[in-house]
Structure formats: structure tokens, C-alpha cells
Ligand binder design. Structure first.
Ligand code: TRP
Length: 326
């Protein structure tokens, strides 16, 4: 039997280039070799302030992004988390064997608590348990995700071990799959691209003009300094992007220009804008096709969700029985 893979993306707005090169490319690489379930985790989405009127549309946008990026329903299962109620059932059952104190210590919980001091809810604390349930519901052994998710995967392993020791061997030890190019630097020159940081990202649906404009406001230096490319800041990030999207020869040319103190950033940004746009263009065309064919998308989802129900019910029957609930 093929190994199972599970990953999910929250439905907070559209995907940007960072999500694409981090999460989605990792998913693409795996669907040919493993039995994959890729989800839109809407139940995780609602643990922070959100708009119930637009949630459904946001979920749909991610589904379109998934399909346009090349996730192939013939090869993998697409899931909308809230449509598979076994997630919440398993999360509740797993929450009974895991300590609150450990959840309170997790960095993501602390960050969110600081970010939304008036919105510290049970769901936020419970977040990693639900994520463990997402993964264990399908007994997934591999999870493509960014490095920031490692503490959650560790919780998943702890819960699996605890369950196995209390109720008998049931769940695997899940590993995170490191995705290449997962660190996509912010245009602002600080940290990585993030949806919540204005001016830091490029959207997957941006046209060439928009990409040019976004790059134009990325900070640089006076260009007269010669020497090594800096390790951080605007120039460092532009070079990192160039490395991700351009050939070695183009990268080397600009690196040499930099070292010789004759770099022209407007030229470099233009080259970079075109390279990024060329990467995105086929994605944008495919996305438009799916967007215009909503019946096709609906039927893909229906088929996929039926498979997800079947797989997750299999695990739940085993779990209920082992826990003495039937
Ligand atoms: N916590 C993940 C994030 O913020 C989203 C997520 C929820 C997830 N459930 C998952 C990722 C299961 C991988 C596997 O990106």
C-alpha cells in the first residue's frame, strides 16, 4: 500500500508566491508517488477573527488555486475539512488524552494570543489537536509543510504515541516533508512573504504590471557598494528571489555586477518581474478555465469528498472500538 500524505491550507484569502513555492510545490511533487489528501482547513481558519460572509468564497478560491497549480484529482484527494465531520470527532477524542499545559506552551498559540488578545478562544488552544486529528484520521506518514509547523507535527507524534500506548497500536509516527524553496523572502526586505504583511508578497493572480509595481517598491541600496551580497535586507531578498526564479547564468551576471559596484536595480527588478510572471502565467490560465467551469469543480469535489468519507470512517470505526465507544 502507498504511504499516505496529508496537508492543509487555511482559507485566509488567496495564495501568494510563498504558499505556492512552499506548500503547493511540495504537494505537487508528492502526488505522483503517494496516496495524498490535500485539504482546505476551514475549521482552522475560524480560530482567528474572520468574516462568515466570505468564508465560503475563500475556501473556493483555494480549491481553484489547488487545481490550477496542478493538483490532479485523478492522483490525489481534495478535501474541505468541515465537510468531513470525522475530523472534529477524532479531535475531540484525541483531546481527552493530551495535556492542556503542553498546548499552552506552543509558540503558535502564544503568537496568536498576542496578536488577538480579545480573541483567545478554546479553538485556538485546540488548534494543534485538530491538526493532529486531520493527519491521523488518514494515518498520514508524511506532511508537506513549512518549518513553522514542526511543533504541531511533534504534537501529532506525541498524541499518536500516547494513543498507541493506551489503546493499542493504531497511528504512525508522522514526518514533515521539507519543501524546497519553502522560504520565500518578503519584498519588504525583512523576513518571509506573508499575507498579513502588506507590501511583502506577490499574489499568484498578479499580472506583469502588478508584479513590476510590487517589485519597484522593494528597498535596495545605492548600488555603489562593491563586495559580497548582504545576508539580509532588501538586496539580499531580491537576490534570493532571483535565485528561485532565474537561471544560474542570469543570477551570476547580476551577482558580478553587484560585486563590481555597477548593478542597476531597475534592470534586475525587470528581469525578476518577467521571470516571476512567466512562472505564474500557465497557472493563471488554468485557473481561469476552472473558474469558468464550476460544474466540473463541483463534481471533482463531490467525488473526492466521498473518498475522504470512506477513508476516514475506516479509521473512526477502529478508534471508537479501541476506546470502548461501541
Ligand atoms: N496549521 C497549518 C498552517 O497554518 C494548516 C493545517 C491544518 C495543516 N491542518 C493541517 C497542515 C494538517 C498540514 C497538515 O499552515
Amino acid at each position: 500500500m502507498k504511504k499516505r500524505v496529508y496537508s492543509g491550507i487555511r482559507a485566509t484569502g488567496r495564495l501568494h508566491l510563498g504558499n505556492y513555492l512552499g506548500a503547493v510545490k511540495g504537494m505537487l511533487a508528492l502526488q505522483d508517488y503517494y496516496d495524498c489528501i490535500f485539504s482546505v482547513v476551514d475549521l482552522h481558519t475560524i480560530t482567528v477573527p474572520y468574516d462568515p460572509k466570505t468564508l465560503k468564497q475563500s475556501v473556493r478560491e483555494i480549491v481553484l488555486d489547488y487545481l490550477a497549480a496542478g493538483l490532479d484529482p485523478q492522483k490525489c484527494h481534495l478535501e474541505i475539512q468541515s465537510k468531513v465531520p470525522q475530523h472534529t470527532e477524532l479531535a475531540y477524542l484525541l483531546s481527552t488524552i493530551y495535556p492542556v499545559s503542553r498546548l499552552e506552551d506552543l509558540p503558535t498559540y502564544k503568537e496568536k494570543r498576542a496578536q488577538y488578545p480579545k480573541y483567545v478562544n478554546m479553538g485556538l488552544l485546540y488548534y494543534p489537536v485538530l491538526m493532529a486529528a486531520d493527519i491521523l484520521l488518514y494515518k498520514a506518514e508524511v506532511v508537506p509543510a513549512g518549518a513553522d509547523q514542526e511543533p504541531h507535527i511533534e504534537v501529532t507524534r506525541e498524541i499518536a504515541r500516547k494513543f498507541n500506548s493506551m489503546f493499542g497500536n493504531t497511528f504512525p509516527q508522522t514526518e514533515r516533508f521539507e519543501t524546497e524553496g519553502q522560504y520565500v523572502p518578503a519584498l519588504t526586505g525583512q523576513g518571509k512573504m506573508s499575507k498579513s504583511l502588506e507590501g511583502s508578497f506577490i499574489n499568484l493572480t498578479d499580472d506583469l504590471e502588478t508584479i513590476r509595481k510590487r517589485l519597484a517598491s522593494a528597498p535596495t541600496d545605492s548600488g555603489t557598494l562593491s563586495g559580497q551580497i548582504p545576508k539580509e535586507g532588501g538586496v539580499a531578498n531580491l537576490f534570493m528571489l532571483l535565485k528561485l526564479f532565474e537561471s544560474d547564468s542570469v543570477y551570476n551576471k547580476f551577482e558580478q555586477d553587484y560585486r563590481e559596484g555597477k548593478i542597476r536595480y531597475s534592470e534586475m527588478k525587470n528581469v525578476l518581474a518577467e521571470a516571476i510572471y512567466n512562472e505564474l502565467k500557465p497557472f493563471q490560465e488554468k485557473r481561469m478555465e476552472f473558474k469558468e467551469n464550476s460544474e466540473l469543480v463541483d463534481s471533482i469535489l463531490d467525488t473526492s469528498l466521498a473518498e475522504c468519507h470512506r477513508m476516514s470512517e475506516e479509521t473512526m470505526r477502529e478508534v471508537r472500538e479501541k476506546m470502548g465507544l461501541r
